[in-house]
Ligand binder design. Structure first.
Ligand code: HEC
Length: 150
């Protein structure tokens, strides 16, 4: 029993070091770590919304929460791509700095789509919400296609 407990602890320890640490645990550039955290937050809410809108999860009353959380997270991106934050464990492409106007526009499009999604959830028409969700997803992809490394 004692041995089993020890094995259990060893497994728990191994799991903790493998799975609970962020994937890019070695990265220390605060801008890279921060922006990746925001993107993950946004993506998490998108995933939960997908479950509600398309997979039949019953939490229909929580779509506004998720949509607003996306808007809020995007508002808190702050200074996400300062000079020097192209080096490190990042998938940011050089075009972010060479085509800043285009990059900013992609960000604005996505923010507008997130706001539209939030508005749609407050009106409560499921079809509208689904459409707004898809548009937001397309805006993420549009930026990733041009500015994120594969
Ligand atoms: C204006 C451009 C832009 C928009 C809009 C955008 N992204 Fe990204 N996203 C990026 C870039 C660039 C990276 C790579 C950042 C890095 O590695 O430093 C990234 C990274 C990510 C990551 C990986 C984070 C990690 O763990 O490294 C996820 C997940 C993600 N984005 C989800 C989304 C979702 C969901 C949306 C839309 C709601 C979105 N993104 C909108 C540019 C964008």
């Amino acid at each position: 029993m004692k041995r089993l407990t020890m094995i259990g602890c060893a497994i728990a320890g191994a799991l903790a070091s493998t799975f609970t640490l962020p994937a890019a645990a070695d990265e220390t550039n605060p801008y890279i770590v921060h922006r990746q955290g925001i993107y993950k937050t946004v993506a998490g809410h998108m995933t939960s919304l997908k479950a509600i809108l398309f997979l039949g999860h019953e939490a229909k009353g929580q779509t506004t929460y998720h949509a607003e959380a996306i808007v809020e997270a995007l508002k808190h991106m702050g200074n996400a791509y300062p000079a020097g934050s192209d080096k490190g464990e990042t998938k940011a492409r050089a075009e972010i700095w060479t085509q800043p106007e285009k990059f900013r526009e992609a960000g604005q499009n996505s923010f507008a789509a997130a706001t539209a999604l939030s508005d749609a959830t407050q009106m409560g028409d499921t079809k509208e919400v689904m459409g707004a969700y898809k548009k937001l997803g397309e805006s993420c992809k549009a930026c990733h296609d041009d500015f994120r490394k594969k």
